[in-house]
Design a protein around this ligand. Structure first.
Ligand code: SF4
Length: 267
């Protein structure tokens, strides 16, 4: 494995950092209730493609691609300091990808001048599929877990919160039920006594068949986070929101805007 051989203090990347999407592999199999209306399934089925076939994409080596011409010739295509979102049409820990993951870790290690964000619904597969030099976690790689309801929180959080990660981040999206995080805030503590969970993101479901999200569920998780010094982000309302006993249909364009207007975000 090589690391950061490219940039030195004398050879800094002159370009500004960017936000990039890195789709290493495409296709997935459904893991739980949150997958019911997976947008990747919807999109692939609409074009007659089988979404359950997991395949490496042509962008597999994106983070380590080098510019072959122009004034920045020789530099990585993705600038130093960029934030890279991974695997948005699959699951990084899907079993079909086991043979490809080691190479993916190598690329992330090489690009430790960037930050990477991975979301999984398969935390039970993480421990067995971390790189050898993972140690207590790589600071530049965040692995977040999704828990869409209390059942999945109770199943996934005990596994996830016991993993050696630099930062534990929990996503409750699409939020399908109330989720009580208190047992996992109290029961899993870092060496300094603070909760192992450092960040929580919540959101409703979007799309034509969206299931409703009750705003009181969002507020309850927000309260637990605030009381325990955990950062909170209300990502989107979803298409159907229940608030003060009324049901609202929220247009797609408004779902993120309305969530942020709620004023719950601490990040
Ligand atoms: S894990 Fe993610 S990509 Fe895979 S089926 Fe579920 S929602 Fe879709």
């Amino acid at each position: 494995m090589k690391q950061l051989s490219f940039f030195t203090e004398e050879n800094m990347d002159p370009r500004p950092p960017m936000s990039a999407n890195w789709n290493l592999w495409h296709g997935c199999t459904k893991a739980s209730a949150g997958c019911l209306h997976c947008y990747m399934y919807r999109r692939d089925e609409s074009i007659g493609k089988d979404p359950s076939v997991v395949q490496k994409t042509e962008n597999f080596d994106l983070p380590v691609r080098i510019l072959k011409s122009g004034k920045n010739k020789g530099l990585y295509k993705i600038p130093q300091g960029s934030h890279i979102w991974t695997c948005f049409s699959s699951d990084f820990f899907h079993p079909v990808a086991d043979d490809w993951r080691e190479e993916a870790w190598d690329m992330m290690y090489e690009r430790s001048d960037c930050s990477f964000f991975i979301i999984t619904k398969r935390p039970e597969r993480i421990a067995e599929h971390l790189p050898e030099n993972w140690g207590k976690g790589w600071e530049h790689v965040t692995i977040a877990v999704t828990c869409e309801n209390q059942e999945m929180a109770d199943l996934r959080l005990p596994v996830y919160l016991s993993l050696p990660l630099f930062k534990h981040s929990v996503m409750i999206e699409p939020m399908l039920t109330a989720v009580d995080l208190q047992p996992y805030i109290e029961g899993y503590r870092a060496e300094d006594g603070s909760p192992v969970i450092k960040h929580v993101s919540v959101g409703g479901e979007s799309g034509p068949e969206a299931r409703a999200c009750d705003y009181t569920w969002v507020e309850a998780v927000h309260k637990q986070c605030i009381e325990n010094g955990i950062s909170f982000y209300y990502h989107q309302t979803g298409a159907i929101l229940i608030k003060d006993g009324k049901l609202y249909n929220i247009p797609r364009k408004q779902q993120h805007i309305q969530a942020h207007r709620a004023g719950l975000d601490t990040t």
